[in-house]
Design a protein around this ligand. Structure first.
Ligand SMILES: *[C@@H]1O[C@H](CO)[C@@H](O)[C@H](O)[C@H]1NC(C)=O
Ligand SMILES: [Mg+2]
Length: 303
């Protein structure tokens, strides 16, 4: 079923494709095309793009090339992850399962010391699971997996720790953000890309009003959190992990960060560990309770 059709002419050939004015169409060996792009959306959500090429010399005959573009989704999948710190006999996490679709907002709640932060550290690649896997799986729109899953690599994950401003090291915002960027000349292109990312990150967290020369410690609580987020976003992660993003902020900064997360959710997959259930509730797509002993259970927020 064709839901939409659009015709696009490739200039200047389109005006030449006229049986009435063949003489104007120029040299005999020149290729003249009239092309038409037909875009169709099928009921199963698969987008089809058809390009019709009509050559002047072929008259009305036409060729058709169709490409099918899958419009599915990808999902973070934590499968049976168990973690026991090296040299200990005690599991901090037990057979954790969790699935989070791209561009959605997941929240893990539960008592302090239940293993929430430990799980974020595993997802960020800061420690290795003792068993189980953490991967990204693609699906088509009917929910059938496409190909096999890929391991989630730490380069694709950004993590903002609890009280990130305590780890600021530099004297200026610019140094803080560019800390750890390559210093070698050979990496100029890479640095240029980072500079573009930096601009995008600052735009998306609303940090464009501050000076890059400012001392990070002189920023307000809310702006320090924005800066910590921007530092992670510069690396354009697929998954953003936040440990207690509202902790220690006054009510105004909390509202500010909640609004920012609402915005970031449009483009990023976000997994948050928090005790601030009521404030984050409007953003949450899925939630889990971490129980003492390190087992995770899907559960709606108790608010
Ligand atoms: C996680 O899923 C596996 C099956 O895939 C199951 O054996 C295990 O019990 C699940 N973990 C929990 C905590 O429910
Ligand atoms: Mg914690």
């Amino acid at each position: 079923m064709l839901a939409a059709a659009a015709a696009a002419a490739v200039p200047p050939a389109a005006s030449c494709y006229s049986p009435l004015k063949p003489a104007r169409c120029g040299g005999r060996s020149r290729t003249r095309f009239f092309s038409m792009l037909v875009v169709g959306v099928f009921p199963d959500g698969i987008l089809s793009v058809t390009i019709l090429f009509c050559h002047r010399r072929w008259g009305i005959s036409w060729r058709c090339r169709a490409a099918r573009v899958e419009a599915g989704f990808s999902q973070l999948e934590v499968r049976k992850v168990t973690y026991r710190p090296p040299g200990t006999e005690h599991n901090l996490l037990n057979e954790i399962n969790l699935s989070l679709r791209e561009k959605s907002f997941g929240l893990i709640f539960g008592r302090s010391g239940s293993g929430k932060t430990t799980l974020l550290q595993l997802l960020a690649g800061l420690s290795e699971p003792t068993s189980g896997s953490i991967c990204i799986q693609k699906y088509d729109d009917s929910g059938n997996p496409i190909g096999s899953s890929e391991m989630l690599t730490s380069q694709r994950v950004g993590i903002v720790f609890q009280f990130p401003e305590r780890y600021f090291l530099a004297d200026t915002v610019l140094e803080e953000v560019t800390f750890g960027w390559p210093r070698q000349k050979a990496d100029t292109l890479f640095k240029e890309q980072l500079a573009v990312n930096l601009q995008n990150a600052f735009n998306s967290v609303g940090l464009t009003t501050i000076s890059l020369d400012e001392d990070p410690q002189s920023l307000s609580g809310g702006f320090k959190r924005r800066l910590a987020l921007a530092i992670q976003l510069v690396q354009t992660p697929n998954l953003l992990l936040l440990d207690e993003p509202l902790a220690g902020l006054d009510w105004k900064a909390r509202a500010d960060v909640v609004n920012l997360l609402k915005d970031l959710k449009k483009h990023h997959t976000i997994l948050v560990v928090s005790h601030d259930l009521r404030e984050l509730y409007p953003l949450v797509d899925c939630s889990w309770r971490m129980q003492m002993g390190g087992s995770l259970r899907e559960e709606t927020l108790p608010v």
